[in-house]
Design a protein around this ligand. Structure first.
Ligand code: MN
Length: 247
């Protein structure tokens, strides 16, 4: 469903509270796309070695998606490490990954027209106490956000619950984006889950929950799952572990 349409140069919103409710067939395709992400992530845990470049890692992610039968990518793969990981939409570079750094991978397959979207952040070699602390804050925020997702809940409230955990831990100023978004044929669709959201969640929407902390000149952490909204909570389409992995 299109969320907006251009009319004589102006973008007119067509969004209403019932927008982007998915059919069972659509949900299955989204789940399959996301399952490919889980399989790619598992492969990457074996593949990633110190000294590889971010581009090399992003290329391997994209190659593996295609091997699994993805027809395309939801968006250009993000693989950013060390200081670069403090950019939520960073572009992979020829920077090599080093011990004591975070590596954030944000990826999604397109399968039969529907998108997946997941993010995991892993540590390379070792993690400092500060890295472990920040990772844990993001994880607690992400788990609380997921727990808050349910049909009838305000998107604003999901964002607030996730954001409050980061703010209370003292990192509020470093949480510089919204908590989530709808996913369908496009990777970013209504509803949006952020500080300005006015929508309510509806059963059978597919939404992401992806809080992050980005500390200037240091590092960033983001953890993202894609979940189906139900009237009892969520069906989480993303199965990959979220405890801090040190490769
Ligand atoms: Mn996302």
């Amino acid at each position: 469903m299109k969320s907006s349409v251009k009319q004589s140069g102006r973008v007119v919103s067509l969004v209403n509270v019932n927008d982007n409710i998915r059919t069972p067939e659509e949900l299955l395709l989204i789940m399959k796309a996301e399952a490919m992400g889980d399989m790619v992530f598992e492969h990457m845990l074996d593949y990633i070695k110190v000294g590889m470049t971010e581009i090399q890692i992003a290329d391997e992610i994209e190659k593996t998606f295609r091997k699994l039968g993805a027809e395309g990518l939801s968006f250009p793969t993000i693989a950013v490490s060390g200081v670069n990981s403090n950019q939520p939409h960073g572009v992979p570079s020829d920077k090599k990954i080093c011990e004591g750094e975070f590596l954030t991978m944000d990826m999604g397959a397109v399968y039969k027209g529907y998108c997946g979207d997941m993010t995991r952040t892993v540590a390379i070699g070792y993690a400092t106490d500060e890295m472990k602390k920040v990772y844990d804050v993001v994880l607690q925020s992400q788990l609380a956000g997921l727990k808050a997702v349910k049909a009838g809940v305000k998107c604003f409230d999901v964002d607030k619950i996730a954001r409050d955990i980061i703010t209370e831990a003292g990192y509020g100023e470093y949480y510089i984006h919204g908590t989530g978004h709808g996913v369908g044929r496009e990777v970013h669709e209504p509803p949006t889950l952020n500080t300005k959201s006015s929508e309510f969640l509806c059963e059978n929407q597919a939404v992401t929950v992806e809080p992050g902390i980005y500390i200037p000149e240091k590092f960033g952490v983001r953890i993202e799952d894609l979940a189906i909204v139900t009237n009892f909570g969520i069906i989480n389409c993303t199965q990959s572990v979220k405890e801090l992995i040190i490769l």
